[in-house]
Design a protein around this ligand. Structure first.
Ligand code: NDP
Length: 266
């Protein structure tokens, strides 16, 4: 019958810049896999206009959104309801616009990382020594889920030590976190080293030394690249160490967002 057009729910990833984002491709594949009818696009919002942009998109009928750099904190501030993991993370990467007009926020970065490490890469983190490089928003999102796996210890190294100390304090109820300056890492060895710095975006390495690696160390770069390996993965593999980039984390965090919105698991 004329006029019976199929209703498609609209979703988006909001960021600045965002044109490089793989999320539209990933969610399109998820929609095909699950038979869900939806559209998903990348929307760049002005750096000083996140909240206004978000409310305008909500009025236009957007059902939900992923949020990427630099808006995860502002997304958290814009929510009427927060999941436990978003509250703990202090950052939101998944927004849902509820029927009653409320905005709900969740953070799927941590579950995305843990599923990639333990599911796709088959690593056990129980009783393992983990070194995290960086103390930004992404680390805040993944610390809770990592601590839940009861590693032997988590050490954070960051240029600005105050940020690392603040994280250790904020998560102290969930587990002990050691803070170390890069220069003091010495030759201590770790089972897993997660690069959560933004250094790779400029094709740089954080200030680390090969001494922190041993043959059994696994290196994981949260940054991902679709064409060539990331600088950190290159560095580790060049030293003969197993290393992976963050594409699996990206796909897994997207799958969790998709589940929150559609109650269907890709
Ligand atoms: P933030 O901007 O919040 O934090 C950046 C961190 O990188 C800070 O700890 C900063 O240190 C450090 N840093 C920046 N440049 C350098 C450098 N040249 N040398 C050493 N440290 C540096 O970013 P996010 O936490 O949001 O993101 C971090 C990384 O994780 C990014 O590469 C991002 O793409 C990736 N990511 C990947 C995801 C995925 O799904 N795969 C999801 C989320 C993030 P300081 O505090 O001293 O300035």
């Amino acid at each position: 019958m004329a006029g019976d057009a199929e209703v498609i729910d609209n979703y988006a990833v909001l960021g600045n810049p965002v044109s490089h984002s793989l999320s539209p491709r990933i969610h399109r594949i998820f929609a095909e896999q699950t038979g869900e009818s939806l559209s998903y696009r990348a929307i760049e919002l002005p750096e000083d206009g996140f909240r206004d942009g978000l409310l305008a998109l909500k009025r236009e009928g957007l059902r939900g959104a992923n949020v990427t750099v630099p808006f995860k904190r502002q997304a958290w501030e814009s929510c009427d309801h927060l999941s436990d993991r978003a509250s703990a993370a202090g950052a939101v990467n998944t927004l849902s616009f509820d029927e009653d007009g409320a905005i709900s926020g969740d953070n799927t970065d941590g579950v995305g990382l843990v599923r990639d490490l333990t599911g796709n890469l088959d690593l056990s983190l129980h009783k393992q020594k983990i070194l995290i490089l960086g103390a930004g928003g992404a680390v805040r999102g993944v610390l809770g889920p990592l601590l839940d796996l009861q590693p032997e210890e988590i050490t954070i190294a960051n240029r600005s030590l105050d940020k690392a100390h603040q994280l250790a304090l904020d998560f102290s109820a969930r587990g002990d976190i050691r803070v170390q300056a890069y220069a003091d890492l010495g030759d201590e060895k770790f089972d897993l080293i997660i690069n959560a710095t933004a250094a790779g975006l400029q094709k740089k390495l954080p200030p680390i030394d090969a001494q922190i690696l041993c043959q059994t160390t696994v290196c994981y770069d949260m940054l991902y690249s679709t064409d060539e390996s990331t600088t950190f993965v290159d560095w580790a593999q060049g030293l003969g160490v197993r290393a992976h980039d963050g594409l699996g984390m990206l796909v897994e965090q997207a799958a969790e967002s998709f589940y929150i919105w559609r109650k269907a698991r890709p």
